[in-house]
Ligand binder design. Structure first.
Ligand SMILES: Nc1ncnc2c1ncn2[C@@H]1O[C@H](COP(=O)(O)OP(=O)(O)OP(=O)(O)O)[C@@H](O)[C@H]1O
Ligand SMILES: [Mg+2]
Length: 199
């Protein structure tokens, strides 16, 4: 299998439960390793990199949105995003704070900034998770079932945000069980027998 994910595009990955979608997202997100094959990001072959180099790519180029949000329950919405913002050491503390407020506002969370995850609805938590994934302006956005736990209305809001990202020259990869979500992507890929097949 050889597949090239491009910028300015939204991809949907579908496939049966257990087909390896989450595993693939974790590999693409550099959270997991692999035994065979070649994976390159922007002409850099991943296998040649050490841990420091891998974390640099992870923090500069990749934004991950998890199905179960993985927010820190002891931190507010603002603080959950701020932690990720701290990975960007090129900007000042004030600039980080400002960016966090701006992105939370963009995601219609300005009234929820100081709330803890257990005080937020599923849709709000997912938007905090999206803010955290986008705060450092990554080129690649990987979303594992981002609308899986949401009702129709929230699902639509999240999808609009993700689809709009391609206009910002990004590559968005969305794992989904929902065909109506998949149909809105530029390309649908099915993971079958460890192969990505174009639909
Ligand atoms: N940490 C692990 N160690 C060993 N096997 C694993 C591990 N995580 C997942 N698997 C197995 O790898 C296969 C692929 O799992 P994966 O979670 O990637 O599937 P998926 O397509 O995301 O499924 P779902 O649609 O249910 O989320 C499954 O058979 C699963 O049991
Ligand atoms: Mg999965």
């Amino acid at each position: 299998m050889c597949f090239n994910f491009e910028s300015n595009k939204v991809y949907a990955i579908i496939g049966k439960s257990g087909s390896g979608k989450t595993t693939l997202i974790h590999i693409l997100g550099l959270l997991d390793t692999f035994d065979s094959g070649i994976y390159s990001i922007d002409n850099t072959t991943i296998a040649t990199l050490n841990d420091n180099e891998l974390s640099k790519i992870r923090k500069e180029k990749i934004g991950l949105i998890f199905q179960d949000y993985y927010l820190n329950p002891r931190l507010t919405a603002r603080e959950n995003v701020l932690i990720a913002a701290y990975l960007n050491t090129k900007i000042s503390k004030e600039q980080r704070e400002a960016k966090v407020r701006e992105i939370l506002k963009k995601l219609n969370l300005e009234n929820r900034i100081n709330h803890y995850p257990n005080e937020l609805s599923g849709g709000e938590q997912q938007r905090v998770c999206i803010a955290r994934a986008l705060i450092n302006d990554p080129k690649y956005i990987l979303a594992d079932e981002p609308t899986g736990a949401l009702d129709n209305e929230n699902s639509k809001i999240i999808m609009e945000k993700l689809l709009n990202l391609k206009k910002e020259n990004k590559c968005v990869i969305i794992v989904t069980h929902d065909l109506s979500v998949a149909k809105r992507a530029d390309e649908i890929l099915e993971l079958k027998n460890f192969n990505l097949e174009k639909k």
